[in-house]
Design a protein around this ligand. Structure first.
Ligand code: ZN
Length: 442
């Protein structure tokens, strides 16, 4: 193609100078398009996007608080169950707070490949190499899982399996040359490609992301239309598995997607996003307190805050910012946290129900509340055989504002003493089904 341009230019002569300049500039541009982006160091915008979304939608913070509460209940129940199993309590009675989730959750994946320059139209083989990496990394089957390092005993698998959905690789030309974190890539009307149903699919977008970013994810609790993960096309897939693909040096083993899908399953950055203050937390108990993010491949023993005594920074964790070849583990605590999103009441429990590893509880309706009208406390009548702790119960006024004065005790009773008199809706959800009951506080 480029040779043909040159012969045409030679024939044009001086009369065609203007046209020649246009052609030449277009040729130069297309050469420029073929240069794979150079990324100086890892940068993920998931937390920045979250902060922006929270500023725009105050209800998001409340939804995420509820998700965090469910997560912490799940983590506590798992820890209690482990203690029972190892503590010699005979009988193994299962209490109501034990997990209902049992087995591997299948996650159908849809990959939207948006391209302007030809190089951005990564092949199906490159896409498939990414799915393979996700399966290896989340199932702890990665080739580098056997390295010896201070935290090797903590490495853990999450009970998930990624499969490409039928027809789930979409190649789409776009006029957009470079994207940002404004989610336009997830919207057909803005030059991108619409998400498939986010309660059934994990949506991944591969594109020329721009801004020096490798990717960003949306945490559980956000809008379904923008749910999923965006990744720079040249950080998508694995050079080790598919050498013929298009890759950016250092970020060519598919770990950007592992990191971002970790966010999608509610993992935070391992240093707690506190810019080195040692005060932030990733809400996981077994990861050491870490100051700031690590880049490149840190030397063994690198430490921060007070973690030197326990093995230093866990910079080999997928949720740090190290190079692809130097990150190779999730911790047990992270795996439990990721599992929580799929359990009953979890933000992504629909995937577990569809996988047949979580029993869909009977529809919550006709749940009733009594007495109604009521005063200090009301009781919920839940479907027989269901566990009261699995329900998220919230009270809203008639204009939809959540009433935080009302508190659910996790055992079938809603405390309403602090609720002003008036008419409300009580929302009762098991994560799959939601029922709404009118309630009068007198
Ligand atoms: Zn991140």
């Amino acid at each position: 193609m480029k040779k043909a341009y040159l012969s045409a230019l030679a024939l044009l002569g001086s009369a065609g100078t203007l046209l020649a300049q246009n052609v030449a500039s277009r040729a130069a541009q297309s050469v420029n398009d073929d240069v794979t982006p150079v990324i100086l160091r890892r940068s993920c915008a998931a937390n920045d996007v979250l902060q922006a979304q929270m500023a725009a939608d105050p209800a998001l913070a409340r939804r995420m608080e509820a998700i965090e509460a469910q997560t912490q209940r799940f983590v506590a129940a798992r820890a209690a169950a482990q203690q029972r199993n190892s503590g010699g309590t005979t009988g193994g009675t299962t209490t109501g707070t034990s997990s209902a989730l049992s087995g591997t959750v299948t996650i159908p994946v849809v990959v939207h490949v948006l391209y302007n320059a030809a190089a951005e139209n990564i092949s199906d083989a490159q896409v498939q190499s990414q799915i393979a990496v996700l399966n290896e990394d989340f199932q702890k089957l990665n080739a580098d899982a056997n390295k010896t390092y201070p935290y090797s005993g903590l490495a853990a698998a999450a009970p998930v399996r990624f499969v490409l959905a039928p027809g789930g690789i979409i190649h789409k030309f776009t006029k957009t040359r470079s994207w940002s974190t404004n989610d336009a890539v997830k919207n057909s009307k803005r030059g991108g490609d619409d998400a498939w149903d986010a309660t059934k699919y994990l949506n991944l977008w591969s594109c020329n992301l721009g801004q020096g970013l490798l990717g960003y994810a949306q945490f559980p609790g956000g809008a379904t239309a923008t749910d999923g993960v965006v990744i720079l096309y040249s950080a998508f897939g694995s050079r080790a598995k598919y050498p013929a693909g298009t890759y950016t040096t250092t970020y060519d083993l598919g770990r950007t997607a592992t990191h971002e899908v970790g966010h999608w399953m509610n993992l935070r950055h391992i240093w707690g996003d506190d810019s080195g203050a040692c005060t932030g937390s990733d809400q996981v108990a077994d990861t050491p307190n870490q100051g700031a993010e690590n880049y490149g491949c840190p030397a063994a023993g690198k430490s921060s805050c007070t973690n030197a005594a326990t093995g230093g920074d866990m910079f080999m964790n997928y949720m740090d910012y190290t190079d692809d070849k130097c990150m190779f583990m999730f911790s047990q605590g992270q795996a439990t946290r990721m599992t929580a999103v799929f359990d009953a009441g979890g933000a992504r429990s629909s995937f577990a129900v569809a996988s047949g590893v979580l029993r869909q509880t009977a529809a919550v309706a006709p749940t009733t509340v009594y007495p109604n009208p009521g005063r200090d406390a009301v009781s919920l009548t839940l479907p027989a055989g269901t566990d009261a702790a699995r329900y998220a119960v919230r009270v809203y006024d008639m204009s939809g504002h959540e009433m935080t004065q009302a508190r659910y005790n996790g055992q079938g009773t809603l405390q309403t003493a602090a609720l002003p008199k008036g008419l409300y809706y009580i929302s009762i959800s098991d994560g799959v089904n939601t029922s709404r009951q009118r309630f009068e506080k007198e």
